[in-house]
Ligand binder design. Sequence first.
Ligand code: AMP
Length: 219
Amino acid sequence: MKRRLVLLGAPGSGKGTQAELITRQFGIPVTSPGAILRREQDLGTPLGQQTAEIIQRGELVSDDVIVKLIEEWLRLHGSYGFVFDGFPRTLPQAESLNSILQRLRTALDLAIWLEVSEKTVHDRIGGRLQCRNCGFTTSVSSAKFAERPICPYCEGPLVRRSDDDETVLSNRLQEFHTKTEPLAKFYEKMSILHRIDGNRDRDVVFKDISRLIEQKSDA
Ligand code: AMP
């Protein structure tokens, strides 16, 4: 199924989890600038080194860097549709995405906004574990570990993200409120915004998202 969609929402709203479910169910390719940059950091590339401190402060990486990553990804994989997890996060990024898609003679189908309370954000981020190898995300409470926390998919180590610390999180939330929230109006004007209650169980949220994806006709 070919769809072009963006997942928006605060840290911990479930973007990564839902993106993974979407790609598994519908085969739509997914990408996330945050995951790409963490991988670059692990590999010690210049891009990883340049952006590590910014990420660790909980600030947003520059629009230029992020848009270049997305443009390159679209060039390589974009013909099968996409799910963007955590992109766009600013108005200039959203405008750039529209221009890129216009050049490719296509357009976004859906902008899905996962709405969550501050309590949900703090509870989820406080208990989040992520696989260092494949990025699989789970929570301390839902995962049952014999001894060490190990990824059920690739057996990589499940660890806490270093930017999931409370002080960094407050900066990430600040960035979200000031720079990302204005995107709701932007996508509302394009008539593609769908707000979904992201405080609920992941499977219930996914049902709502699936319905939206299925309702869109193939293009
Ligand atoms: P995430 O994995 O989506 O939580 O992103 C982790 C971090 O990567 C963010 O806190 C930002 O520092 C950076 N990042 C990810 N996506 C973007 C984006 N679209 N624009 C700017 N910075 C981003």
